[in-house]
Design a protein around this ligand. Structure first.
Ligand SMILES: [Zn+2]
Length: 352
């Protein structure tokens, strides 16, 4: 494998730095390679940033703005993004096979490519290309409880029970997604793998002020990254997040979890109490397996993938929007010669 891009939603540089050697894989990247913070200037909203990371196109250029379109409940999808910039299209055109696991927006819905692609995990429907792999994949669990604290009589016990259930649900989701990734890699190890995990975001939103929970979730992320590196021996590794996390600002020192009206508090590392939730911060994490001079480290999320590909020796034409309106399907943008070489590559790899 030439390049592994591991995307962890809301992986916070501060937390990674704080946990240090508790996260041996990330600590090794930081020590022997690159560890940097990317300051977001446009938005700390998840779908637009992952669209930028996956396409190399800046926030101001792609159309994706929020979670759903104008509050309609309709999800932003790959069909809203200029086709030439989609990672499967660009990488297949460069003659590479690609695996895309659960990237927000750009893998919804999965479509024909040399390699494989899944959507799912959190809000996107679970689906896979090639569709015949569906029976090899485990389904994600349904929510273990309501995420809304206002529907129950609020008590310390309810807070404890809910944070426990929500934590377990998202850890279980992460593990299902790792097992699914393993099954997809058994089918085909792509030249470039981009994988995305959501669980740190939800866990931190609900319990960022509970350091043991946060640490346990980060240890799982680090373990998954370490196992992937061990299995795949990629030439280059990039770990990236879309934003960090911070505590909501509510002061007053308490000793235990308490309840104040409908607002729930716990004590933090320094004895301050906070609402039992975090908010997105505008610092994203970037770690990589090779050392880079400071002026070459990307300072914008859209530069991360082209940077990683260049480091892996891959010429990649990123961020160029076609002059015409975006075509709807990959096939429309591929010349016969390109399609021929992709199909030949697929046959060579033993696919029917
Ligand atoms: Zn996010």
């Amino acid at each position: 494998m030439k390049l592994l891009v591991a995307g962890f939603d809301a992986m916070c540089p501060e937390v990674v730095a704080r946990l240090g050697d508790e996260l041996p894989t990330l600590a090794r990247l930081a020590r022997d390679g690159t560890f940097a913070r990317i300051h977001l200037t446009d938005s700390a909203c998840t779908p637009p940033i992952w669209t930028s990371i996956a396409t190399g196109v800046a926030y101001g250029e792609h159309k994706v703005r929020g979670l759903t379109k104008n509050g309609t409940g309709e999800l932003w999808s790959a069909g809203d993004v200029a086709t030439a910039t989609l990672p499967d299209v660009a990488l297949n055109k460069a003659g590479l096979t690609v695996g895309l696991l659960n990237l927000p927006v750009t893998t919804h819905p999965p479509r024909a490519l040399a390699g494989w692609m899944t959507s799912g995990d959190m809000i996107y429907p679970q689906a896979v290309y090639p569709p015949r792999l569906a029976d090899r994949l485990e389904r994600y669990p349904d929510p273990y409880c309501s995420y809304d604290y206002d529907v129950d009589t609020i008590s310390v016990d309810v807070v404890r029970e809910k944070t426990g259930l929500i934590f377990q649900e998202f850890i279980d989701r992460a593990q299902v997604s790792y097992r699914n990734l393993s099954a997809l890699l058994d089918y085909h190890e792509p030249d470039v793998l981009m994988a995305y995990w959501h669980f740190l975001d939800s866990i931190q939103h609900h319990m960022f002020a509970i350091p043991e929970r946060v640490a346990e979730a980060y240890r799982l992320a680090d373990q998954m990254l370490g196992s992937l590196i061990e299995r795949l021996s990629p030439e280059r590794v990039v770990a990236v997040s879309d934003h960090g996390m911070r505590l909501k600002h509510e002061h007053e020192t308490v000793d235990t979890i308490t309840v104040d009206g409908h607002r729930l508090y716990v004590t933090d590392w320094d004895g301050h109490r906070w609402v039992v939730s975090g908010d997105h911060s505008s610092e994203a994490l970037l770690a990589a397996s090779w050392a880079e001079s400071p002026d070459q480290i990307p300072t914008r999320v859209e530069d991360v993938l082209p940077w990683g590909l260049r480091a892996a020796g891959i010429e990649y034409d990123s961020g160029r929007l076609p002059d015409s309106a975006p075509a709807r399907r990959q096939a429309d943008l591929m010349t016969d010669a390109e399609r021929g070489s992709v199909l030949a590559r697929l046959r060579e790899l033993g696919y029917g």
